[in-house]
Design a protein around this ligand. Structure first.
Ligand SMILES: [Zn+2]
Length: 137
């Protein structure tokens, strides 16, 4: 893979920058793609069909991303589940707190709003459909 202008391929296990199919540092094979785009960190961990990325897969994605950026066709939301999820978690959390405000004390509601930033990193782990059904019916 040639040196690309945007993004990098990293090792899933040790986050070492990868230039080969097997990580020289830890021997792991799966990769992820990291890209900073207008201040947002975009991480791609899986292929479109949900499989872990091989070095080759990650390289293919990175080439495609760079190509799209060059052509001004890049849409981060299309690649990153996290970008989409962060927005939804944001909205769901807000909805959840707004509902609870009726039963919570004002201090509790205000605290709940302020921890919203803290739950954003969980966006990848949260099944939004479940969260939504359970807390924001
Ligand atoms: Zn490694």
């Amino acid at each position: 893979m040639d040196e690309l202008q945007y993004g990098s391929v990293l090792c899933v296990k040790c986050s070492h920058s990868r230039r080969s199919a097997v990580c020289p540092r830890c021997g792991y094979t799966s990769c992820w793609v990291r890209l900073r785009w207008h201040g947002t960190a975009i991480s791609i961990w899986h292929s479109a069909d949900g499989k872990p990325l091989t070095y080759k897969d990650a390289g293919t994605i990175l080439v495609k991303l760079n190509d799209e950026i060059e052509k001004n066709e890049f849409d981060p939301a299309r690649y990153s589940k996290k970008v989409k999820n962060e927005k939804s978690v944001d909205a769901l959390w807000d909805q959840f707190v707004t509902q609870k405000e009726k039963v919570w004390s004002p201090g509790t509601a205000s605290n709940a709003r302020s921890i919203r930033k803290a739950i954003e990193p969980l966006a990848d782990l949260v099944d939004l459909a479940t969260f939504s059904a359970q807390y924001c019916p």
